[in-house]
Design a protein around this ligand. Sequence first.
Ligand code: FAD
Length: 399
Amino acid sequence: PARVVVVGAGMAGVQTAVALREQGFAGSVTLIGAEPHQPYDRPPLSKAILLGTAEGSAFDVDFEALAIEIRLGCEALGVRPGDHVLETSAGAVPYDVLVLATGAGPVRLPGTEGIPGVHLLRTLDDAARLRPVLARQHEVVVVGAGWIGAEFATAAREAGCAVTVVEAADRPLAGALPAEVAAPMSDWYAEAGAVLRTHARVARVEPGAIVLDDGTRVPAGAVVVGIGARPATAWLTGSGIGLGAHGEVLADAGLRTSAPDVYAVGDCASFPSGRYGERLLVHHWDNALQGPRTVAANIVGAATGEAPEVYDPVPYFWSEQFGRFIQYAGHHPAADTTLWRGDPSGPAWTVCWLHEDRLVALLAVGRPRDLAQGRRLIAAGTRMDPRLLTDPARPLKAA
Ligand code: FAD
């Protein structure tokens, strides 16, 4: 192909453009992004950037040297796959190959649109709006005890804010982790001086407070909503490109969409995992790093008639919350056995999930070596000895 157009200038889009060059693609590469800023990395937004210990997180990529044309402040509005044309706020853009990398957008709390003092945390602009909130040491209410809520609460406590986290479920990270694993994490909030209210649903937000459905009023100088994210794909409606139940682009094992010459990668797309036997929609950084290499390989390979490379990663992510470094690898729903290494009330422990004695996932709190060793064992599908596994003093290794 002569012209590759990548929509979305986040991690996945930038990595796709870079990987194309790394893999020797010599045609034109155009990267289109809705945000006005130089492409930047998102994880620091809820960490160093929020606390003001880092000013920015722009990717260290020399686009000019790589002959990658970037068009910022340009929003994709639709695509006509039959004509190989992308419609944007700056006009029509023809392509030979199109890569969808529009990421995800945060879910809003119903009825809070336009209410001052209600924040989301997804973009650099969101983080810039939240920095003065932390500096003023407001009483903040965080809605949602997920990854973003926990990281924001951590930063807000460090900045000296009074923090209340309200969570509709009975525990933090209810959507991500089983109850027995998330339960010990509830204590982290109190330890950090934050109040965690579970079974707490927000009925409405008023100026200066939120009101829960049991009538409780919680004072709030600012409200930060972290209740999840959805693929940013509304603009694809009517394009004929297949979307799934969460609005995600349905990619195949080679990250191709249902439309010819259109690929999808990162937070906006799901793919069939051969490893786990189900379709995965991953909203984590490592997926936006690894997926693009497959996309680039398949764009380059399609031209020479090579069989498409299959994307079948062991998912990985990390989170930094309440002074802890949490890492997760794999996908635990397929597990038949859960084993602990170390005491979950202590500072460092690991949970291992096995399926028929093979490690399928692991969550490590303050045990990066477990993660590194476990990730390899998961990838290799190695058979483990469950009795040896539970001794935290032994390295994680095959039976
Ligand atoms: P995005 O980063 O969302 O980038 C997509 C880009 O496309 C955006 O810039 C968007 O403006 C643009 N776009 C959207 N629609 C259009 C359109 N129609 N036209 C043009 N452009 C468009 N993951 C971890 O593993 N560990 C962490 O600690 C971690 N921390 C995080 C902290 C925060 C605050 C956030 C928000 C996310 C964090 N993540 C973390 C998740 C990680 O950042 C994402 O998985 C990753 O950014 C996904 O990359 P992406 O390129 O697919 O999507």
